[in-house]
Design a binder for this molecule. Structure first.
Ligand SMILES: *Cc1c(COP(=O)(O)O)cnc(C)c1O
Length: 362
């Protein structure tokens, strides 16, 4: 068997120990005589799986008791609509545009309320997290929206860059950084994340929402897009994405027991990213595209400055077992996504390959 190092932005690598555990339980989950894929979501056995997934998430992220955890479908993208549909009161929300995902979220929200764009980094193709001036924040916004880690452009809000929105709920898309670092959940009204970057396979989206934001909504809001429905039914109003939730449970067990929790994971992630950025900062051929104070630990875009050379790099890297390094079409070049499950050995292998490529092509 030969496994590659997968630098994809998502779906991304899963820890090998998790895949092995899932394989060992594939035909017979803990003496049930069935795969988790086959069992009733109303069974005691399955209830224990989803309960454990929630308990582990609460534990590793230190989620306060006045927040609900929901396991939903429709990906991160469905949250772009659910958020305005459920949080709308005055009919206005503030958005910071730091890339495609924030832009898409704002465009979707515009269908339901007035969107005030507080700041944007579009002027440089999103190479930084813009400075925010509280004087530009709407006093009567229903919520304030940011994308915490910008997967495509490789930028990330440091704790100091997070806006202080006072009583206005801060809502964030944490799809590509959840579980990569400690988070003060109490600073947010709502956090959501599609699982397929750092939490598990595609198919489940986690929403962490403060109790007071779970409200009655107008009758025109679809049932399946109502947080209250999912909260009142323990994420089982309908059939949940059973297997994906089970995989999230395995990833959380790995994170807690094998890694030692989110703080430890953050240390490892910082070490992985530091190595790669240091190499980029000193390379004669490659250079990172993001301003230093806005760099993501998860997604690292870089370029050679020559399109043909970029393409050659991506192709040769793939032959060497380093796959999915092509950058997003709006940035070009390369992007290495080094999520939680990417081991240090993968980053080392990438840097070694880049050194060799540089020696041959610079
Ligand atoms: C991947 C991603 C999304 C989209 O998630 P889907 O599950 O494909 O809808 C949204 N936001 C961010 C930051 C992402 O990285």
């Amino acid at each position: 068997m030969s496994r590659v190092y997968n630098f994809s932005a998502g779906p991304s690598m899963l820890p090998q120990a998790v895949l092995e555990k899932a394989a060992s339980e594939m035909l017979d989950y803990q003496g049930s005589g069935q795969s988790v894929m086959e069992m009733s979501h109303r069974s005691k056995t399955y209830q224990a799986i989803i309960d454990e997934a929630e308990a582990l998430l609460r534990e590793v992220l230190n989620i306060p008791d006045n927040y609900k955890v929901l396991f939903l479908q429709g990906g991160g993208s469905t949250q772009f609509a659910m958020i305005p549909l459920n949080l709308k009161k005055n009919g206005k929300a503030d958005y910071v545009i730091t890339g495609q995902w924030a832009k898409k979220a704002a465009a979707e929200a515009r269908k339901y309320l007035d969107v005030n764009v507080v700041a944007s980094s579009a002027d440089t193709t999103f190479t930084y997290i813009p400075k925010l001036d509280p004087a530009t924040f709407s006093k009567d916004a229903d919520y304030f929206y940011i994308c915490l880690n910008n997967t495509i452009y490789g930028t990330h809000y440091s704790p100091e860059q997070l806006p202080d929105t006072g009583d206005i709920p801060l809502v964030t898309d944490a799809s590509s950084c959840i579980l990569s670092e400690p988070m003060d959940v109490s600073k947010f009204g709502l956090i959501f994340a599609g699982a397929q970057k750092n939490m598990g396979p595609a198919g489940v989206t986690v929403v962490i929402i403060r109790d007071d934001l779970i409200r009655e909504v107008p009758e025109t809001v679809p049932t399946m897009l109502t947080y209250k429905i999912h909260a009142d039914n323990g994420s089982m109003y309908n059939t949940p994405p059973c297997y994906s939730i089970y995989m999230v449970k395995l990833v959380l067990e790995w994170l807690k027991n094998d890694i030692g929790g989110v703080e430890k994971m953050h240390e490892i992630n910082k070490a992985k990213a530091a190595k790669l950025y240091e190499f980029l900062d000193n390379s004669k051929l490659f250079k990172g595209t993001v301003e230093k104070d806005s760099r993501s630990l998860m997604n690292v875009p870089f370029v050679t400055g020559d399109k043909d050379l970029d393409a050659k790099f991506v192709a040769e890297a793939a032959k060497a077992g380093l796959v999915n390094l092509k950058g997003h079409r709006t940035v070009g070049g390369m992007r290495a996504s080094i999520y939680n499950a990417m081991p240090m050995e993968g980053v080392d292998a990438l840097i070694d390959f880049m050194k060799k490529f540089e020696a041959e092509n610079a």
